[in-house]
Design a protein around this ligand. Structure first.
Ligand SMILES: Nc1nc2c(c(=O)[nH]1)N[C@@H](CN(C=O)c1ccc(C(=O)N[C@@H](CCC(=O)O)C(=O)O)cc1)CN2
Ligand code: GAR
Length: 221
């Protein structure tokens, strides 16, 4: 599976993907890394791995749609099978999403539909949540509203602040994203009829990552 990664920041999820590929645990190839921030460390990780790494500055474009048109022309040029938003911090415009629905996923640091948007860890703390986590979902026009594929639960611990909680969640995001990509690469998870299918059947609830980093289906009521 040819993967194009969109990232705005440090790129730890990108590194997790590259390390899984290097260990032979993920049958995929990262064919390009793209960013809205020229200084994104994720671009450095890509270049160090010999992978095409390109960025565009949103301020140089007249509109969000114009920026997306140019950025996704760079993405399309590497002919990805799947586009992975891994810490990509821009809302993607409707035309760009519509042209790629079912071929673009995002990893989001909350148990969607809880806590969409930004500052999710502080949102969880402010809400008094005892359990937080991360979700991988298909990208749709609705920000963080697309069908959820997989999730991992992470406990909120006494004395947590946003930073300590974010770090605990991030450590579970990496195996979640890799496990999800493994199922997508293997064709066991697919976008069919505008929804998530698993093993040929509509997925009634997100698959959950267990302590052994296996994706399991929990019984639905
Ligand atoms: N159309 C969609 N675009 C994106 C989605 C999506 O589901 N649909 N997921 C996001 C990722 N994301 C959270 O997981 C997210 C990204 C960006 C923002 C946001 O408010 N960005 C602001 C700028 C914020 C900044 O620069 O610090 C903006 O774009 O104006 C919220 C959530 C990827 N895109
Ligand atoms: N709204 C998107 C969002 O907040 N994504 C989050 O950004 C971090 C990226 O880390 P990374 O750059 O080290 O992979 C991750 O925690 C990811 O869930």
């Amino acid at each position: 599976m040819r993967l194009a990664i969109l990232a705005s920041g440090r790129g730890s999820n990108l590194l997790a993907i590259l390390e899984a590929i290097a260990r032979g645990e993920l049958d995929a190839t990262v064919v390009g890394v793209f960013s809205d921030r020229r200084a994104a460390p994720a671009l450095v990780h890509a270049r160090n791995a010999g992978i095409r790494a390109q960025s565009l500055a949103p301020r140089e474009f007249a509109s969000r749609t114009d920026f997306d048109e140019h950025l996704f022309s760079l993405v399309d040029a590497v002919q990805p099978d799947l586009i992975v938003c891994a810490g990509y911090m821009r809302l993607i415009s409707d035309p760009a999403v519509a042209a790629r629905t079912g071929r673009m996923i995002n990893i989001h640091p909350s148990l969607l539909p809880e806590f969409k948007g930004l500052r999710t860890h502080q949102q969880a703390l402010d809400a008094g949540a005892s359990v937080h986590g991360a979700s991988v979902h298909f990208v749709t026009s609705e920000l963080d509203g697309g069908p959820v594929i997989t999730q991992v639960r992470v406990p909120v611990e006494r004395g947590d602040d946003a930073a300590t909680l974010a770090e605990r969640v991030l450590q579970r995001e990496h195996p979640l994203l890799v496990a999800t990509l493994r199922e997508l690469a293997g064709g066991r998870i697919a976008w069919i009829d505008h929804g998530v299918h698993f093993n040929g059947h509509p997925l009634a609830a997100p698959l959950q990552l267990d302590a052994g980093n296996r994706l399991v289906q929990e019984p639905t009521a």
